[in-house]
Design a protein around this ligand. Structure first.
Ligand code: G4P
Length: 192
């Protein structure tokens, strides 16, 4: 998605540890017009697949997920994130390890908002090691519902998440694929 790649080039900065900081339009300040276009792009790609709900994880996944829900006329559920959470029979839960932050969070979705015939589209801002998407897949598994695919705003293809998800049979659709952040430079995949 050219508009997104232009924003990354213009405003993205590279931090030590291969972290792409995009606080100017995605992770802190949010560019609603860009997010609106992101939602339309995911809606176009995943149209006609019988999707019933959009899932994401708080907090940075919410903006692109809500815009996708708007474009697809579907409800959006964001998994809540907790440092620890006592197991509760009203919730589906999964543990998500963040390699970036070296912490484990338990994510949860209330059973109240899950139907047996749901088919969910997973949306997230970044795909790096794939832990957040895998946590949502674990919850879908517990609920016995289908995952239609994953829509990712920015995928770091030099980290293992995208390939691991594909190996598990999940379609990953990324709007910007970052091949490298070496020397402080953002390089996109050539097929992007
Ligand atoms: P994952 O996102 O594939 O699960 O991999 P990882 O465990 O490495 O990511 C942990 C957190 O760091 C995630 O956010 C993820 O979105 C974020 N992250 C990973 N790489 C980058 C990067 O290059 N730039 C930025 N800005 N974020 C990155 P989170 O802990 O779920 O936080 P949030 O959604 O509350 O912001």
């Amino acid at each position: 998605m050219q508009e997104l790649k232009d924003k990354i080039k213009q405003y993205g900065t590279v931090l030590p540890g291969n972290v792409l900081k995009v606080d100017a339009f995605l992770n802190h300040q949010v560019d609603p017009e860009l997010m609106y276009h992101v939602g339309q792009e995911f809606a176009k790609h995943f149209a006609g697949r019988g999707i019933t709900k959009i899932w994401t994880v708080e907090s940075s996944g919410i903006a692109p997920a809500v815009m996708t829900g708007l474009a697809m006329h579907l409800p959006v559920i964001f998994a809540r994130k907790h440092k620890s959470l006592t197991l509760n029979s009203d919730m589906y839960t999964a543990d998500v390890y963040s390699y970036t932050k070296k912490t484990t969070n338990r994510i949860s979705i209330s059973k109240k908002y899950v139907d047996q015939n749901d088919k969910v589209l997973l949306i997230d801002d970044f795909l790096a090691n794939g832990q957040a998407v895998e946590g949502m897949m674990e919850i879908a598994d517990q609920a016995g519902i289908e995952v239609a695919g994953a829509g990712i705003v920015i995928t770091k293809t030099f980290q293992p998440g995208a390939n691991e998800l594909r190996d598990k049979g999940v379609e990953v659709y990324s709007l910007a694929k970052v091949k490298s952040l070496d020397n402080g430079q953002v390089t996109f995949d050539t097929d992007d």
